[in-house]
Unconditional design. Structure first.
Length: 50
């Protein structure tokens, strides 16, 4: 998703700037977004379609 891509860009920017605080923040965001991306992979049909 777009948010995930932005988090990766933020991580690269933090690396370029040598900003450890920003890098840690970006890594937390990436971990959170990655967790959100993994959850929907379970085959559960949306109730809206029923």
């Amino acid at each position: 998703g777009r948010c995930y891509d932005c988090a990766l860009l933020q991580l690269q920017l933090a690396d370029a700037l040598g900003d450890r605080a920003l890098r840690a923040e970006a890594q937390r965001g990436i971990a959170r977004l990655a967790g959100e991306r993994r959850e929907p992979s379970a085959p559960a049909p949306p109730r809206e379609l029923r």
